[in-house]
Each structure stands twice: as C-alpha cells, then as structure tokens.
Design a protein around this ligand. Structure first.
Ligand code: ADE
Length: 260
C-alpha cells in the first residue's frame, strides 16, 4: 500500500512512522509512505498556505490552491509504488482513496479502516488552523474524523488512521489471530488478557486460562467479550452479528447478574 500524506508539518510524522509495526511494514515493503509539504506548493513569495475566512470569524483557513497543486503533484507521481509491487498484498483492490481529515467527517471505525486497507493507495490531506477551504472537499473521496473532539490539526488524526488501516494489510501483523481477537472484530469488544505472573499483588489469573482446556478457554473469552460489551458499549450489541452460542452466553450473563 502506498500512502501519500499532504501536510504543513511533515516532521510530525517522523517518530510514529519509524517505530514498531509501521516501521516493520515499511521495511517489509508492505507500506510505502511519502510526505509532501503543502507549503512547497504555495506560489507567493511568503509561501502563504492560509488566509482569513470569508464572512469574518476567528481562525485562519487553509487556502485551496496549494492543496490542489500538491494533490495534482502526488497524483501525477502515482505509479511508483504500484510498479514496485508495493501494495500487491492479495487483498488490495487496486483502488485509491483521497481522504480529508476533519472533525466534520464521518467517524473512523473498524469497518472503514478495513475498507480502506483494501485500497492500494491512500492520499491523506491534513487540515490545520480553523480547517481547509470547503472547495477541497470536492476533490476527495472521503472526509473522515477520528472522534467527536477537535484536534490542533489533521496530522494526529492521519497517524491514528494509518495505524488502524495498516493493521489490516495482510502480512503487517505477524499472527492473523492478533487481528481476529481484537476489539471490534465481529462488532464487539475483545476479551481481557493476562500474562505472567499467575498471581500478582493478590490478583490471580482466572483458573480457566491456566486449565489448558481450549474449548473452555474459547467459551470463557467469548463470554467475557460479550459481558464487557454489554457493560461498556451496549449499543454495539444491537448491530453485532451474534450466534446462538452468543445469545446463550448473554442469557447466562443476565442470570448471573440477577442472582447477585
Ligand atoms: N482535525 C481536527 N480535529 C479532527 C478530528 N477529530 N478528526 C480528524 N481530523 C481532525
């Protein structure tokens, strides 16, 4: 997958893109990230990328011309990643998405992250200041928010989005199980997990997890995942696809709650 990031602050990405799983994905050739400084496409002598907003009001707005120019530049420079075979993961549908990060966008969730992971190329536009000129929205395929709060800029949102999307690209997570037991896989929260030591400050690992009984462990995990979802995010259960076993486990959870 190739990801082009259009931003006024390319240095902000250096750390996050050079550590851990993203770093490994880049080293394995599964991910090709390129940064483009929008300011390089501002043509006046002060390289102005923002301006006052029409109609008055506080806050500067990012101008459309440098963003359009930067977009056209990266689109022209397209082919590179595909020719090198980057993104040819077997899952990619070869499509492209151009995404404006904005608090006015649709909310990023598991489904959107996995949909975007099928693209062979993403172009992310990071807004800053009060936002970007609305005419930029006419040239994007998606406008995406990472949550109902306002960030100082789209850069942090782009990093979150890249992290969430890249995890779904085949080969990025070593063990396919890691994605399948995540929260939101199948629409519900994940189960709790424990590691050594078995007993810590008076808190013990649940017996079932050290029983070696795989079927009991699977059922326990599923029940704990359903219980956590019911307690913390009940609205997710309304949309989740639940099996007959899930409904039985939910009945057990309800009965146990009634007997306390
Ligand atoms: N830019 C500022 N706030 C944002 C948010 N919540 N999501 C995406 N981009 C943003």
């Amino acid at each position: 997958m190739r990801i082009d990031i259009l931003t006024l602050f390319p240095e902000m990405f250096e750390g996050p893109l050079s550590e851990s799983i993203i770093k490994q994905a880049r080293e394995k050739g599964l991910l090709d990230v390129r940064l483009t400084n929008i300011r390089d496409f501002a043509t006046d002598k002060h390289r102005t990328a923002d301006d006052y907003q029409y109609g008055g009001g506080s806050g500067m707005v990012m101008k459309p011309e440098p963003i359009f120019e930067a977009l056209e530049h990266v689109r022209r420079a397209s082919g590179g990643a595909h020719e090198a075979g980057v993104g040819d993961t077997g899952l990619a549908d070869g499509g492209e998405a151009t995404i404006l990060l904005s608090p006015r966008g649709t909310l990023l969730d598991h489904a959107l992250a996995s949909e975007l992971a099928r693209k062979s190329r993403l172009v992310l536009i990071c807004g800053h200041y009060k936002g970007v000129d609305e005419r930029v929205a006419s040239t994007v395929t998606h406008e995406v928010s990472i949550g109902d709060y306002v960030l100082t800029g789209g850069e942090f949102a782009a990093m979150v989005m890249i992290d969430a999307v890249v995890r779904f690209v085949p080969g990025v997570l070593g063990d396919i199980e890691s994605a399948e037991t995540d929260s939101f896989f199948g629409g519900i929260l994940g189960p709790p997990s424990y590691t050594r030591p078995e007993s810590f400050r008076g808190m013990d690992v649940p017996d079932v997890l050290v029983s070696g009984h795989h079927e009991m462990i699977r059922r326990w995990r599923r029940k704990q995942a359903l219980k956590a979802t019911l307690d913390r995010r009940p609205e997710l259960l309304e949309r989740a696809s639940l099996t007959d076993e899930d409904l039985e486990l939910l009945r057990e959870i309800e009965e146990e709650a009634n007997t306390i």
